[in-house]
Design a protein around this ligand. Structure first.
Ligand code: SF4
Length: 351
């Protein structure tokens, strides 16, 4: 697939609804029903240029090429995971790295993980993205394009989407919600809302707003510690929104939506994987309809933590289960490929 840099002066096709596109066609004297054909090419067959749309008249293809761009992002690098199966993509414009996306293959199918910001202002201690200077939030079109360009590369429909790449999704709330609406539009990609998960480090007011706006999209909280002293050292935003407030917002979300929520908990040896940490976590989420997802740390060069032993992981899990907390142990895909969002961009930026 040849992905060309988009012309900044033209609107992205991913900004346009079927109605917008129909109007553009009609104003130029073309049949508005062609909008459905075009969206089919882009969202179902992942066309990257109007030239590929062979059932459109040549004149219309030429006209659209001058008016609308399909691709804004260029694929700068692709990295495939080792024994497991994951692909990491680095996208940019004009040769300059911007964001990363990851495609993960689970037993139940493909999941596309997208970024929402160029750099991240949150600065979590365990995240490669903390080294990347924050520039801006991605537009709706850029977020949609990350997902569709992964489908195009894989030549397959991706059935699940997670907002777990670089950026805190709730700091780019409007564009994230608009991207979800676009991908779930039945006249386009028609992704199921229930197959989308937005992951946050915890911004209580945004989590409460999301309860009203999400309409079925799932919420995951990157908790990673059950006490403020440990969480302060991992996630700086915790000083503004302490554990208690964040977990209360999660409880409210689960009650308001009737949905089970996910609590992500990365296990770092000697930091948050002790018996007392497991007991504190069990007490914290008691009564919330949640699934705790334990993620043993994958060592990353330059970061100080090590992976807990199998016994520590099993003990932690058993303490949660004894307290009637639902818990899973995440299978690691692609080793470090998944662990360090922002790593590829950092490597390339530092060259
Ligand atoms: S983990 Fe997420 S919120 Fe934290 S710095 Fe990385 S991208 Fe930002």
């Amino acid at each position: 697939m040849n992905i060309e840099d988009g012309d900044c002066s033209k609107p992205s096709l991913f900004e346009l609804s079927k109605e917008n596109l129909s109007s553009i066609l009609e104003e130029a004297g073309h049949k508005p029903y062609r909008a459905g054909q075009i969206l089919n090419w882009v969202y179902k067959r992942f066309a990257a240029s109007f030239d590929e749309m062979t059932d459109l008249p040549a004149g219309l293809r030429d006209y659209l090429t001058t008016k609308v761009k399909i691709r804004s992002l260029t694929l700068l690098r692709k990295q495939e995971g080792g024994g497991d199966w994951a692909k990491k993509y680095l996208w940019g414009t004009k040769g300059r790295p911007l964001v990363e996306s990851v495609l993960l293959k689970y037993k139940y199918g493909l999941t596309g993980c997208v970024s929402t910001q160029v750099g991240c202002p949150v600065g979590c201690a365990f995240c490669a993205s903390r080294h990347l200077e924050y520039e801006r939030g991605l537009s709706k079109a850029e977020i949609v394009e990350e997902f569709i360009a992964m489908c195009a590369d894989e030549k397959a429909r991706i059935g699940r989407m997670v907002f777990m790449g670089t950026g805190e999704p709730f700091l780019n709330y409007e564009n994230v919600m608009a991207a979800i609406d676009t991908l779930c539009d039945p006249s386009g990609y028609d992704l199921s809302r229930r197959r989308i998960t937005v992951s946050t480090v915890g911004i209580p007011e945004a989590m409460r707003a999301f309860a009203g706006d999400s309409r079925g999209v799932r919420l995951a909280l990157s908790l990673h510690a059950a006490t403020d002293d440990v969480r302060d050292s991992l996630i700086p935003l915790n000083r503004m929104y302490p554990v208690g407030q964040v977990v209360e917002a999660l409880r409210d979300y689960a009650l308001a939506t009737g949905q089970r929520v996910t609590v992500e908990y990365m296990l770092l040896s000697g930091v948050n994987d002790r018996r007392e940490d497991a007991k504190a976590l069990a007490a914290l989420v008691d009564g919330i309809d949640c699934l705790v997802n334990l993620i043993p740390w994958n060592p990353v060069p330059g970061l100080p933590w090590s992976r807990p032993g199998a016994l520590e992981v099993r003990t932690f899990k058993e303490i949660l289960e004894r307290n009637r907390i639902k818990v899973t142990l995440r299978r690691s895909l692609g080793g470090t490929i998944e662990a360090a969002c922002g790593q590829l961009r950092r490597e390339m930026t530092e060259k």
